[in-house]
Design a protein around this ligand. Sequence first.
Ligand code: EPZ
Length: 421
Amino acid sequence: MEKLVIEGGIPLQGEVKISGAKNAALPLMAATLLCAGRHILRNVPDLRDTRTLTRLLENLGAVVERKGDCLSIDTTVLRHGEAPYELVKTMRASVLVLGPLLARLGKTRVSLPGGCAIGERPVNFHTDGLRQLGAVCTIKEGYIEAEAEFLRGTTIYFDIPSVTGTENLLMAATLARGTTVLKNAAREPEIGNLVDMLNSMGARIAGRGTDVLTIEGVTALQPADCRIIADRIEAGTYLLAIAATGGSGRVTGCCPADLPSLVEKLRYAGLVIREEGDSLAVSWPGAQTLVGVDIKTAPFPGYPTDLQAQFMALMTLCNGQSAIHETIFENRFMHVAELRRMGAKIKVDGRFAVVSGQGMTGLKGAPVMATDLRASSSLVIAGLAASGRTDISRIYHLERGYENLVEKLTGLGARVWKERE
Ligand code: EPZ
């Protein structure tokens, strides 16, 4: 196992280019199962999670080739429609093959993803929705077994705007007979990327960017050639890292409109944020003091839960208190215990955390442990801001979602490297 070592206390400066979005690449890779042929996906990040899904697609029979950031995925021949537990348990987003396989083959068997560090992560919206589309969907021995001679359009209302729930049913509905309406659908930018890809394949989807998606089923689709959008969570993570170190820099190749709530919260805390085309620049006003800001995570365009842990790291460096309300997942404060090891003062009560900021010198380096993807990036930010050395173990969590992390941080002036545990 490897660990990440950070010599903190250096203000980050300069520019960092943002990679393609993990949470767009995964559904768009799954969507290639909807129709036979050679699909081209561009700006695909090379991550542990995209490699896991590549293995799953190859296991199904697809031929996947990477050339730089471009993936060609040929799904002409699918040997079977099964997604085994061994692969799905390492990445729950594998459940995204469920809708496409059912729509393409009429029968599929996908392992239940199981929970993860941040919560139980049920998939009832996915299975209930497929049943509403006419599938027989049962859970047997830890697998979702779904079968349908054909899918029939209907109206589906999400109790919670589930991101992958919306994506799975959206993909399945493209090949259903008749019209499907998804209400209270998720509106994350990654959904818009998927809608664009599916429509470029011949699907008929209206309502992009809204919480009502209307899909006119078609009988066949054509292979895609499309581009993955920039990773807004990676962009937000680097913005927060530059801010937390008292630095000044910019993230390029991103979409500022995809981070509306983070930008406002950082300005409210006292930082100068400039939106410049496809880049976001962050710098400090005169005095290096931040005020504590409250956040409440919510579905897009609310404050993203995937940037909650990273924001908390910044709040430990403010003067004043910050209340953080995590409304999406039931166990997404795993980073708190580790931040406390670095001197942070944080009180947790259920889904609320109250951070008592101690100013820019509030953190001291220490050995800490990564527990899940975004908690890990919170520890990286804290380590960059802290005085002294921080060793972060179990960094395979980080490698799931941050492409070329060491190179990108080094490019911003950080002193960071990997060592064997
Ligand atoms: C997606 O997960 C993202 N993953 C997550 O990013 C992200 O945190 C989450 O959306 C929320 O934005 C991918 O896109 C691959 P949900 P997803 O369904 O779709 C409940 C990261 O760090 N729910 O929107 O699994 C669920 O328990 C990852 O990149 C049900 O009850 O999240 C949660 O409370 C972590 N039943 C809420 O809905 C269901 O069938 C939102 O979950 C599905 C979800």
